[in-house]
Design a protein around this ligand. Structure first.
Ligand code: TYM
Length: 332
């Protein structure tokens, strides 16, 4: 009964690369806060991952790892529905249906499609183009109210809302229109090598990206090499993208405000500051990594979580699908 009253949260992460502190601070770290008061669905979106060519064994490994990271970051499998997208075929089914309610012009405007087609010029496949319709399906299947994501997913969320409203207009109230939940503080963590670009798990430059599972040595080294500027004052400012990004990371891991950070490093060089950011980040991630190591060693348990999660998700997805099929005019 209580579950009927609770609102719903859905989010997903692609198992398309090792997860970064951008994924962690922008999305995953925020997930557990919804566990108590919402019905929550957190999905490993493997169908989305194959829009870019994947090595099969790596995709499989990362699917387990992403699930283990969800749990290591604080998601309890008994309080949240944790599952793998391809285990619930309704995602692909509703994805196709929503393709037919999503316009070519809308999809052409998606900046992620433009970026990814530029980076994968040899494989601009139809799935890469219709990706946002599948993402809308993920969200709309569960009557989702709130979608915690980084700011790079905002445009996709807006499309999901437009598609939901369009469908509702044609067939009457069917889908809940979702809202994004974007944590202002950490909505866009930038690359350490090129601080005007987003930190991305697909970046080939290993020094640009801090992975959640990096060792402390790696983390310290990467922050030490982070691109800053020649001004040498720790100050948050739009014209100091590198330093501002490091301050954002430091604030996220320590809870200190920008003013406190500026005072703490007043008159000290970037060397001290970068070392402090590295320490704070490594310390913050250490418990996640320890818990991850414990979970990843138990494949059978992760498989149980996946199976039970998929069963729960499929139950909710079936209810939405039967409504959608009836409204469209498919024979039951
Ligand atoms: P993905 O796998 O690229 O990223 C997972 C989550 O991490 C956030 N994120 C960041 N946040 C802050 N700074 C960064 N540098 C950074 N990089 C990534 C992303 O915004 C995202 O929240 N399309 C989605 C996956 C998806 C999805 C969904 C999400 C598929 N279906 C339904 C929500 C709901 C994606 O590619 O995320």
């Amino acid at each position: 009964m209580e579950n009927e009253i609770k609102k719903t949260v859905f989010s997903g992460v692609q198992p398309s690369g090792n997860l970064t502190i951008g994924n962690y601070l922008g999305a995953i770290k925020n997930f557990p806060r919804f566990s108590e008061e919402y019905n929550t669905f957190f999905c490993v979106v493997d169908l989305h991952a194959i829009t870019v060519r994947q090595v099969p064994a790596e995709l499989r490994r990362r699917t387990y790892e992403t699930l283990a990271l969800y749990m290591a970051a604080g998601l309890d499998a008994t309080k949240n529905t944790l599952f793998v997208q391809s285990h619930v075929p309704a995602h692909a089914e509703l994805g196709w249906i929503l393709d037919c309610y999503t316009m070519f012009g809308e999809l052409s405007r998606m900046t992620q499609f433009k970026d990814k087609s530029a980076k994968n010029a040899e494989n601009i496949n139809a799935g890469l183009f219709t990706y946002p319709a599948l993402m809308a399906a993920d969200i709309l299947l569960y009557k989702t109210d709130l979608v915690p994501v980084g700011v790079d997913q905002k445009q996709h969320l807006e499309l999901a809302r437009d598609v939901a409203m369009r469908f509702n207009q044609v067939y009457g109230e069917t889908f809940t229109v979702p809202e994004p939940f974007i944590s202002e503080d950490t909505m866009k963590i930038m690359s350490l090598a090129e601080p005007t670009a987003k930190m991305s798990k697909s970046d080939p430059n290993q020094n640009a990206v801090v992975y959640i599972l990096d060792t402390k040595d790696d983390i310290m080294r990467k922050f030490k090499r982070a691109v800053t500027d020649s001004d040498c004052t720790v100050r948050y400012s739009p014209d100091k993208a590198g330093v501002s990004n490091l301050m954002t990371v430091y604030r996220a891991f320590t809870g200190k405000s920008f003013e406190e950070i500026e005072r703490e490093f007043d008159g000290r060089g970037y060397g001290d500051f970068k070392a402090a950011v590295g320490e704070a980040c490594a310390d913050g991630l250490a418990p996640v990594r320890a818990e991850f190591d414990r979970l990843i060693a138990d494949k059978a348990y992760l498989e149980t979580v996946m199976r039970e999660g998929a069963e729960r998700a499929a139950y909710h997805a079936r209810k939405t699908m039967s409504k959608v099929r009836r409204k469209i005019g498919f024979v039951n």
